[in-house]
Ligand binder design. Sequence first.
Ligand SMILES: Cc1cc2nc3c(=O)[nH]c(=O)nc-3n(C[C@H](O)[C@H](O)[C@H](O)COP(=O)(O)OP(=O)(O)OC[C@H]3O[C@@H](n4cnc5c(N)ncnc54)[C@H](O)[C@@H]3O)c2cc1C
Length: 396
Amino acid sequence: MNKLYDWIVIGGGITGAALSYELAKVGFSVLLLEQNSILSGATRFGYGGISYWTGTSELTRQLSIEGIERHRQLPQELDADIEFRELDLLLTIDADRNPAEILAQYANCYIAPKLLSTQDACELEPLLNPDAIAGAIQFRHAHIKPPLLVSAYLNALVQLGGEIVCETVVKLDRVGHKIVGVTTQQQAYRSANTVVCAGGLSRSLLKASGISSRIYFTHAELIETEPTDLELRTMVMPADTKRCQLEADASKATIDPLWDEVGHELLPSSVDVGAIQFRDRTMKLGQLSRVLTDPNVLPDATQSENEIRAKARQVLPKLADLKGTWYHCLVAFSHDGLPLVGALPDLEQIYLFSGFTSPLVYVPPLALRFAREFTQSSAFASNAIVSQLSPQRFGI
Ligand SMILES: Cc1cc2nc3c(=O)[nH]c(=O)nc-3n(C[C@H](O)[C@H](O)[C@H](O)COP(=O)(O)OP(=O)(O)OC[C@H]3O[C@@H](n4cnc5c(N)ncnc54)[C@H](O)[C@@H]3O)c2cc1C
């Protein structure tokens, strides 16, 4: 007879890895199912920024504080070098924009932003083009290399007795209102609980099992450069990120049904010029975002690469022509910018832990809270936080 796991976790990116570890740490038996033997989802390509200054409500402020504390603890707890460091984030303001107006967008952040003149911004980050910006907003930021955090979590999971199997889940197995496990391309596995951490593929996986959820994805594209002698001192992103608006517009309830039909491009694509350098001197340069409803379609690599480089040439001209490789991945998001964490409606024993647009600050503390919520002995007052992130807040 098949083993009955306490938890099956679907997806081994940052969300699934963190949650599997925390569930195993509180004593559950955990099976993590990941379709790829090499990390190749959004976590492989993320910049690794931890935006702990970002909290604008009581909820996100609390999670931001817990998030940065957790990241500071994790290298020791997991006994791994995840390239954690603190650095400056520069949010560039386009030359034709009014800096005071852009600054006002950050007025509610729990750590106050600092507005820099063009000259001060370029002194801090000499690779910026002074003619392209009207200044920049500076935040103290933190940074890790996401694949290192994933492998640290997974190593710790295995040490705790967790199992990792490389198989593709094709459907969730249902008996009445209960999800009793999953079927992969190879076999069936049984569990008391199942949690979907499949990133941009979460929606299609749920749909294949007849479950609707307001989770969406962008097709994200970027260039990973070869190691370079150039030195990017800060992390650079635009202050007025187009991707956030794209996500809000593409996930309106009125167009939700279109997401279940392949072949739509719901909105024009956009490029947010950003860059980060890693310890091995490679850089990531991006990011182009598209709202294509087919998760399996591949954009035209040459055209996309040219578009990213052309935009980068304006803001970070010395980086624009560095040798590099174009990559594509899917990034999950929700309508209100908050993750989808909790039970799915009208069903039992099935949970979602996904839709984190910028997950690095929130995933570690939420994975910890989620796991503790399921232990009998927990003294942790997590309910209030986790319940605000329930997938049921959108009514389906
Ligand atoms: C260019 C770029 C820059 C970014 N910068 C930042 C940043 O600075 N800070 C930040 O916080 N975030 C950033 N992000 C976002 C972040 O990288 C992602 O949101 C995050 O990594 C997503 O993690 P995930 O676990 O949800 O998804 P993924 O990493 O995509 O993991 C999902 C996993 O599920 C697996 N899977 C899917 N379906 C199945 C199935 N049926 N069976 C088995 N396995 C399955 C996939 O193979 C995949 O490994 C950035 C993203 C990009 C693209």
